[in-house]
Write a protein that binds this ligand. Structure first.
Ligand SMILES: Cc1cc2nc3c(=O)[nH]c(=O)nc-3n(C[C@H](O)[C@H](O)[C@H](O)COP(=O)(O)O)c2cc1C
Length: 180
């Protein structure tokens, strides 16, 4: 797919077809996601891939803070990826102090780049995705046995899109750019 089409055509997908997704297909997306830039090449993103319907449903039922839209988003998608970050590395000096005044900001920054790289790659390979920020971190940690050394950055639903949603309106360049 042409790069501009990847950027402009990717949408948040909240309705998926029943067509299953395989572990190998997601592995290929993650293989390319590894090329995302990171703080000092620290590569702290981790991906927990859930294809098992019972486990996925457990996360939908218990891990969405009673936000029913995300519960349905997870239940309706054939796959769920829980993206985590290994804490205390991105943005930190080796002695554990922060390198900049922005504290833990850089690990979220790296996570966002990785997440977008994952979603654009998935779209380029024919999949739809949905990034979800509303989730119960501790409940999902328990369900998946995620170590305390990692924090959950985002949930990503993945599957084949059922339909093409309209693009939500974007701000104009003149609203977001200033030149001097
Ligand atoms: C950090 C982040 C968190 C989001 N959380 C949710 C969410 O919890 N549930 C949801 O349905 N959509 C969520 N979205 C999707 C946004 O609503 C969506 O990206 C935005 O409306 C623009 O639409 P588009 O992705 O189709 O361009 C999230 C997106 C981002 C980047």
């Amino acid at each position: 797919m042409e790069f501009t089409e990847v950027l402009k055509g990717r949408r948040s997908i909240r309705k998926y077809s029943d067509k299953p997704v395989t572990k190998e297909e997601i592995e290929k997306i993650i293989e390319l996601t590894r090329f995302a830039p990171t703080w000092k090449n620290s590569q702290t993103a981790r991906f927990y891939v859930i294809l098992n319907p019972e486990l996925k449903n457990q996360i939908a039922e218990k891990g969405t803070c009673d936000f029913s839209k995300n519960k349905l988003n997870i239940q309706g998608a054939p796959a769920l990826v829980v993206q985590t970050t290994v804490d205390g590395i991105s943005g930190y000096n080796p002695d554990g102090t922060f390198t900049t005044s922005k504290g833990t900001h850089w690990q979220s920054f790296d996570a966002g780049i990785a997440c977008q790289t994952f979603c654009l790659t998935a779209y380029d390979r024919g999949f739809g995705t949905l990034i979800m920020g509303i989730f119960d971190e501790e409940k999902i940690r328990t369900i998946l046995n995620i170590p305390e050394t990692e924090s959950i950055s985002a949930l990503i639903a993945l599957g084949y899109a059922d339909g093409t949603p309209n693009a939500p309106k974007r701000k104009e360049v003149s609203d977001i750019m200033q030149s001097f």
